[in-house]
Design a protein around this ligand. Structure first.
Ligand code: FE
Length: 298
C-alpha cells in the first residue's frame, strides 16, 4: 500500500519568536533557515531548506504537520484513499506550497482537528547544514524530521493514520495514577520506530511533544547541560523508553509543549518480521519530573 515516507516538516504558531530562536539555535543546536524574516522563523536540522516553520501568533501550538508522499503518483493515491474514506482533502494554492518549500501540496484534517499536509519535493538548502553545537548532526536519513506525540485516543486516530500508510509499531499501557491508564499506540511509516504516537490524556495543546534525534549520546548530554545551565523548564530527566529505546530528555519549548531530544533510537528494519508488543511502562529508567528527582539532593 502506498504510504507517506516521512514527517517532513512541522508548523508552529508562537507568541515569542526571539525566545524560540534562542531556544532552537543556542540551546538545541538547530540552524536558522535562510528565508526567515520578521514574523516568521524557519529552522533547519539537515540539508532541507526548512523543517520547522514558526509563525508569529497567539496559539502557541502546532498548526500543521507535513508528510512526504514521495512522488505525484504517491500523493494522488493517498489523497484518493483519504477522499474515498470520506475525508475532505483540498489542493493548496501555489503561494501556500511555496511557503512550505514544496512543489505540490494538499491539506486535510485528522480526527483531533489538526491540519495534515501532504506534499512532494521539499526544497533542499543551498548550503550544507551546519551546527556549532551538535557536531554529530541530526538523524533524518529515511526517518524524516522526527516524531510527534498527540494527546488523543489512539482508537480514534489510528484509522486515519492507517489511510496515510502508517503501520502499528507497539503499545504502552501503564497505570500512571490510581485508576488512570496511559494507553499509548505508536506508528511508523519508515525505519524510525515511530513517526506518530497517540494517547488520550488531558492536555491543552494539539502537540504534546516533537522528538528530534541527534546521531550520538554525547550531543544529547551536551544539550542536556545547556538546558540545565540556562535553567529552562525541563519536563523530564534523561531516560529511555522500552519500545524505541531512545536515550532522551524532555524540555518545554517557549510555547509550552515539549521537545524530546534523543539519540540512538531503535529502527524497524523489516516490517514483515516485526511483532507488535504491549509494554507495561513508559520508561525503563529515568524520564522523571525534575522536581521529584532533585528535591533535597543538595
Ligand atoms: Fe517521544
Amino acid at each position: 500500500m502506498t504510504s507517506v515516507l516521512e514527517l517532513g516538516y512541522l508548523g508552529i504558531e508562537a507568541s515569542d519568536l526571539p525566545a524560540w530562536e534562542h531556544f532552537a539555535v543556542e540551546i538545541l543546536g538547530l540552524q536558522r533557515a535562510e528565508g526567515s524574516h520578521a514574523g516568521q522563523l524557519g529552522l533547519r536540522i539537515d540539508d532541507r531548506a526548512q523543517r520547522i516553520l514558526i509563525t508569529q501568533g497567539s496559539a502557541d501550538d502546532m498548526c500543521y504537520v507535513g508528510y512526504d508522499c514521495g512522488d505525484d503518483a504517491g500523493l494522488e493515491a493517498i489523497v484518493e484513499r483519504l477522499r474515498g474514506a470520506g475525508n475532505v482533502v483540498d489542493a493548496c494554492d501555489a503561494q501556500t506550497a511555496a511557503s512550505r518549500g514544496v512543489r505540490r501540496l494538499f491539506a486535510t484534517t485528522d480526527p483531533r482537528g489538526s491540519r495534515i499536509e501532504l506534499y512532494v519535493d521539499l526544497a533542499r538548502a543551498a548550503t550544507p547544514f551546519h551546527s556549532d553545537l551538535v557536531s554529530s548532526g541530526f538523524f533524518t536519513a529515511n526517518g524524516g524530521l522526527g516524531h510527534t506525540f498527540f494527546p488523543a485516543a489512539h482508537a480514534t486516530m489510528r484509522p486515519f493514520y492507517e489511510l496515510l500508510g502508517f503501520r502499528l509499531s507497539d503499545y504502552i499501557q501503564q497505570e500512571i495514577a490510581p485508576g488512570m491508564l496511559m494507553d499509548a499506540a505508536f506508528m511508523h511509516c519508515n525505519g524510525r520506530h515511530h513517526t506518530v504516537a497517540f494517547a488520550a490524556f488531558p492536555y491543552p495543546k494539539k502537540l504534546h511533544h516533537l522528538m528530534l534525534e541527534v546521531n550520538n549520546r554525547i550531543d544529547v548530554g551536551l544539550a542536556y547541560d545547556r538546558v540545565l545551565a540556562a535553567r529552562l523548564p525541563l519536563e523530564s530527566t534523561m531516560g529511555m523508553h522500552p519500545n524505541d529505546l531512545m536515550f532522551s530528555f524532555y524540555v518545554k519549548t517557549p510555547s509550552g509543549f515539549a521537545i524530546e531530544f534523543g539519540a540512538e533510537g531503535r529502527l524497524i528494519e523489516d516490517d514483515a518480521s516485526w511483532e507488535v508488543q504491549t509494554y507495561d511502562r513508559l520508561s525503563i529508567w529515568g524520564h522523571k519530573p525534575p522536581a521529584e528527582v532533585v528535591a533535597g539532593l543538595s
